[in-house]
Write a protein that binds this ligand. Structure first.
Ligand code: FAD
Length: 264
């Protein structure tokens, strides 16, 4: 089956073309081209945009804007985005990172979506031509979204307040057993004053660990004080099962790895 590829210079025109039956947006293509190659007949044409704005990384003070076509490799090597480099480097091997985009990662089903986990912990905003959405709202509605994502924006975390961990079985580029991102603010005495924790593989898309976040408030990051948060981490999870790990295994190891992330 042949696949038509249409390139547009404006997001507006591409959005219009994307409304046609069988049309899919082409980011880096690591998932959508694979799906087409594997015989996904629901894809009949691919739409791409060559607007250079989609490739831009803008860091202005503490504000970061990542164009949707920015790749994981570009983030990993950006001197001002060192705090995000572990999350960008968690995506596949070098060849995948050279192609994999921010926009595509927001749509990637678990066990993929490691960078989207980081964006969820960072409380990012997802931009489309229709406006801005909180990443959490965007992720909840992404299955029915037909609009091209143009950017993700967020406040640059201080290196010491942002933590990211990916657990995989095949090092260094295996897919996730789970991934965790945490944005923590600590008082001078080490007490947690705010916590935002996002989990990958604990549902079909990144999710917040709301009960664990709540349980962490007012705690110091000692094994004794974080124990209630670790116990609460499983609240609301529905981990995926795949050839890498069962839902049961993922649920069992979540508190162990969250404990390691918080204690480090
Ligand atoms: C071998 C291999 C290993 C991988 N390992 C990992 C991994 O470790 N971690 C991980 O997170 N992912 C992994 N992936 C999945 C994938 O590479 C990444 O999630 C990547 O970020 C997807 O981005 P993409 O630009 O390639 O998406 P594409 O394949 O281009 O698109 C994926 C989907 O998102 C839609 N889309 C893409 N961009 C936009 C946009 N701007 N607006 C609207 N819709 C859009 C497409 O229409 C399509 O439906 C792996 C993939 C492969 C093949």
């Amino acid at each position: 089956m042949s696949l038509a590829l249409q390139t547009f210079s404006s997001v507006k025109d591409a959005n219009a073309a994307l409304q046609a039956a069988g049309a899919r947006y082409l980011g880096g293509g690591t998932l959508v081209i694979r799906a087409a190659n594997e015989g996904d007949v629901s894809i009949s044409s691919l739409i791409r945009v060559n607007d250079p704005g989609l490739l831009q990384i803008a860091v202005s003070g503490a504000k970061v804007r990542l164009g949707a076509s920015v790749t994981m490799a570009a983030i990993a090597r950006h001197p001002e985005l060192a705090a995000l480099a572990p999350a960008a480097r968690a995506v596949g091997g070098p060849a995948i990172r050279n192609m994999a985009t921010v926009g595509g990662n927001l749509f990637a089903p678990a066990p993929y979506g490691d960078f989207a986990v980081a964006l969820l912990a960072l409380d990012a905003t997802v931009d489309t031509e229709d406006g801005e959405l909180a990443v959490e709202t965007f992720l909840a509605g992404r299955d029915t979204s037909r609009a091209i994502v143009t950017a993700a924006t967020f406040s640059l975390p201080k290196a010491e307040s942002f933590r990211f961990l990916k657990v995989s079985r095949v090092k260094p580029k295996g897919v996730s057993v789970l991934s965790i991102a945490a944005l923590l603010e600590l008082a001078p005495d080490g007490t947690v004053t705010s916590a935002r924790i996002a989990l990958g593989c604990m549902a079909d898309r990144p999710m917040r660990a709301l009960a664990a976040e709540k349980a962490l408030l007012g705690c110091k990051l000692t094994p004794q004080e974080i124990a209630p948060a670790l116990a609460a981490a499983s609240e609301g999870i529905a981990p995926i099962t795949d050839p890498i790990a069962s839902a049961w295994y993922r649920a069992e190891v979540l508190p162990v790895h969250l404990g390691r992330l918080l204690s480090n």
